[in-house]
Design a protein around this ligand. Structure first.
Ligand code: NAP
Length: 448
């Protein structure tokens, strides 16, 4: 960290410093940032997806500070977190993300700033505001914030019921540049939320992307709109999305049926009070055999769910995609819904449509969350009703190792990254509130 950055951070984190003092502290000329490089997008040609190694493509480089535009905010991320989209960016799949940046550049002069020979990753962050651009009135230097990744200006009419529908909606640090794994990050003012006061920097940083996605999928009328007592099948229930999904289902009076892939994960979920858990590895489900799906295996899976809860799921929380989608459509209750936000195992889904239409089931798409949904989810955390699922924290220099752990499914919960924070455990603003929720926070950390 440069001396200039250190002085800026000292000012921004000092309880005595006025916003104008922080705004007057000089910015460094360059910063350290985790990036993929445009001249390396061909490096994995011919390599199978599973062997594409982010440890070869993710680098920590010294890059210039981005120039701030209207309604934008420069924050100093204290921590960031890994998401699957950092894996996609670093293995250049399904397409190199530089294409998004080139398209953004064609839209406007401000968009053109994002089209660079490097792409700064990190779609989650907690940190402190150090500069605000023209037009920003709700936030000021010194505010401690978390960032959600819905990047949208709302200039057109289309997104005013739900900003996720806006044709110019983007995911920050995936379809834009200047993400959270950098000493300074550029965001829109409407991406900011107050940092939950009882959390550390790294706990607060690991929330927004997967929590808000799960919140929209399960709670929001824009997708799942779960009612009390509904049965919800959650794939990958100790993963980034699933670990929040099981909490949200329970918190809203639903009954989660969790699916995981090891006895260790089953035991963990049981210890967290999640009663109904299926170990897909031990059960040995083979939904696909020789390139075809096997409906007998769907039935066997559905039978297991009935054995556990006595009924079929009202809702399926879907993200593994091709491998599981046929089974998800089959097991949903008559009139039930399959909420899908991803296709980790392949996006060309196949399912038997007879089970869908004859049983009046619905497939509902969901993608991240609008500001209101992200804010409501963040509020639940601040109230101590939902807890972070951070299981391991890496230094910025080791971010590629963390991406590899996710790519190879060696992780549970969320993986954090210290950016400007010098050690884990910093950033708690309300020690009494922390003490009140410490037991629950520690429980969910056991996911590691
Ligand atoms: P994650 O932390 O890796 O968790 C996913 C879990 O799914 C894995 O831990 C694994 O759990 C399970 N899984 C993986 N492959 C599977 C398969 N073939 N069959 C059954 N289960 C499988 O990832 P995440 O953060 O939860 O993200 C999951 C997906 O959602 C990614 O593709 C990500 O890009 C996407 N996503 C989309 C949005 C959006 O807004 N659209 C937002 C966030 C994430 P077990 O091995 O224990 O079963």
């Amino acid at each position: 960290m440069s001396d200039t950055l250190k002085a800026l951070l000292d000012a921004a984190l000092s309880p005595e410093a006025a916003p104008q003092d922080i705004a007057a502290a000089p910015l460094p000329e360059t910063m350290r940032a985790a990036v993929v490089r445009k001249d390396e997008i061909g490096m994995f040609e011919g390599v199978p997806s599973a062997d594409k190694d982010p440890r070869k493509s993710l680098h920590v480089d010294e890059v210039p500070i981005p120039p701030l535009g209207p309604n934008e905010v420069l924050i100093a991320p204290m921590a960031s977190a890994l998401n699957f989209n950092t894996v996609w960016t670093s293995i250049f799949e399904p397409l190199p993300t530089f294409g998004f940046l080139e398209r953004f550049a064609k839209e406007s002069e401000l968009g053109a700033r994002h089209d660079l020979p490097y792409h700064i990753v990190g779609s989650d962050a907690s940190g402190v505001v150090v500069r605000v651009g023209p037009g920003v009135t709700r936030w000021k230097p010194g505010d401690r914030v978390t960032v959600h990744c819905n990047y949208v200006d709302m200039e057109g009419p289309e997104g005013h019921d739900d900003s996720m529908i806006d044709p110019r909606q983007r995911i920050w640090a995936f379809e834009t540049n200047f993400g959270g794994m950098a000493e300074l990050a550029m965001v829109k003012a409407n991406q900011l939320m107050p940092m939950p006061t009882h959390l550390t920097w790294e706990e607060a940083a690991c929330l927004s992307l997967t929590l808000a996605t799960s919140y929209r999928m399960i709670v929001s009328p824009n997708a799942g709109a779960m009612k009390q007592g509904e049965v919800v099948l959650v794939w990958g229930a100790t993963g980034g999305l699933g670990g929040f999904a099981v909490q949200l289902v329970r918190n809203g009076g639903g009954i989660p049926v969790a699916v995981v892939s090891s006895q260790e994960k089953v035991d963990l979920l049981h210890s967290l009070g999640i009663e109904h858990v299926i170990d897909r590895s031990a059960e040995g489900y083979q939904f696909w055999r020789d390139g075809k799906q096997d409906p007998k295996e769907w039935k066997r899976f559905g039978g297991k769910i009935r054995e556990l809860v006595g009924e079929d799921p009202d809702m399926v929380f879907e993200h593994p995609g091709r491998q599981t989608f046929g089974a998800s459509v089959f097991v949903a209750k008559k009139g039930g819904r399959i909420i899908t936000c991803a296709s980790t195992s392949g996006y060309m889904h196949e399912y038997d449509n007879r089970y869908l239409w004859m049983n009046l089931k619905r497939i509902v798409s969901s993608h991240f969350a609008n500001y209101k949904e992200a804010w409501e989810a963040n509020r639940l955390v601040n109230l101590g009703m939902i807890h972070p699922i951070l299981t391991k924290t890496y230094a910025l220099d080791d971010v590629a190792e963390a991406a590899w752990a996710i790519h190879t499914n060696q992780h549970t919960g969320k993986l954090g990254v210290l950016v400007n924070a010098t050690a884990e455990g910093q950033g708690v603003q309300d020690a009494d509130k922390r003490a009140m929720h410490a037991g629950e926070i520690a429980k969910w950390k056991q996911l590691s």
